[in-house]
Write a protein that binds this ligand. Structure first.
Ligand code: SAM
Length: 336
């Protein structure tokens, strides 16, 4: 496929390599890139870097051990920030200068690896692309044969709702990874949770503890399913699916409860920063919900009321809310 010639448009009119119309949020809007970059900062603060299992990743990307130049694939690369350092926003620089200064994005951290960012659309706003990084248009739900045996690390973050058959994709990633290569899966889980970590997705509006943010999140999940996308509940199956195939070993999983906003007592500096960045990212995401919800058949008045109420919740941090992010990983079994 010639990446410079997208052949389809998706439901939002974006140029796309395929007819994949299941992804529910825009990937090429400037503001969406900003949100993704804030979220990226939040996740980096959370795990102290670009990936959660440094020993496995560094071993997989050590050319001396691997005996050849290594490869990294970032599936659903979005703004491309995980693959290559993007233009930092003024706000991010002002608020989190010390964290940003610690940042070493993937292509820079591993100059001896070739990093490929793949997405339905090309990233925008990248000011500097190192020679060891490139971007390709592709649909993870389609053919992976061009990537067979080509990579040592495959990273997939927040792409689960854009992929109908995630189990099949895990199989395709296994064919893509070289022996001892690492798969890194990262995603928020499906729900928004209360201060006591109860899911609020089915809480009645007239019951205490109801949250407009949780209601909107659940509405988006339904709208995504309606347009043929997948539910974020797929994250519940990742570790089991990886463990049940002979292609993967060292399966691991870690969960992070992140307060939406620094309302919780006793947070350390990093946890506080992550909570605030999550709050900023949640405020940004509200503006994308409306068109998706109207397309999904939701009533406009209701969506407007909930959006206004959700913004107030995020600004006041009342009710106190959590999100749960999941990091799952495994290594490719050695070839027989
Ligand atoms: C929420 S963004 C996450 C971007 C990036 N991974 C990050 O964490 O910052 C999801 C991205 O996945 C892309 N995407 C969704 N479904 C996809 C698919 N089937 N194949 C390739 N990319 C996909 C979208 O276009 C979007 O850029």
């Amino acid at each position: 496929m010639d990446p410079s010639k997208p052949v389809y448009s998706d439901a939002l009119g974006r140029p796309s390599a395929s007819q994949s119309v299941v992804y529910a949020l825009p990937a090429d809007a400037k503001a969406e890139n900003y949100r993704l970059n804030v979220q990226h900062d939040m996740l980096k603060v959370l795990v102290g870097g670009l990936y959660i299992v440094p020993d496995l990743v560094k071993k997989a990307l050590d050319p001396a051990q691997r005996g050849k130049r290594c490869g990294v694939l970032d599936v659903g690369t979005g703004s491309g920030i995980w693959s290559v350092k993007a233009e930092p926003s003024l706000l991010r620089l002002a608020s989190y200068a010390s964290l940003w200064a610690r940042a070493v994005e993937m292509a820079k951290e591993f100059p001896d690896a070739d990093v490929v960012g793949m997405d339905l659309v090309n990233p925008v706003n990248l000011t500097e692309i190192p020679p060891n990084c490139r971007f390709e248009i592709g649909d993870a739900g389609l053919d992976w044969s061009r990537y067979a045996g080509a990579f040592d690390v495959v990273h997939m973050r927040s792409v689960s709702t854009g992929i109908k058959d995630f189990k099949a994709v895990l199989h395709n990633v296994a064919q893509t990874l070289r022996s001892q290569g690492v798969i890194l899966l990262v995603s928020p889980t499906a729900w928004v949770y209360s201060e006591t970590k109860e899911s609020l997705h089915d809480r009645d509006q007239d019951k205490p503890g109801w949250s407009a943010m949780a209601a909107l999140n659940e509405a988006i999940r339904h709208a995504t399913l309606k347009r043929g996308g997948a539910s974020a509940t797929v994250t519940d199956h990742w570790a089991g699916w990886l463990a049940e195939t002979p292609f993967y070993t060292n399966v691991g999983e870690r969960e992070f409860w992140i307060p939406i906003g620094p309302w919780k007592e006793g947070l350390d500096e990093s946890e506080r920063a992550a909570a605030e960045l999550l709050r900023q990212s949640a405020i940004e995401v509200l503006s994308y919900f409306k068109p998706k919800l109207l397309a999904g058949g939701f009533d406009e008045d209701l969506v407007d009321r909930w959006s206004l109420a959700a913004k107030k919740e995020l600004q006041t941090m009342e009710p106190r809310l959590y999100m749960l992010w999941k990091f799952t990983w495994a290594t490719r079994t050695p070839e027989p």
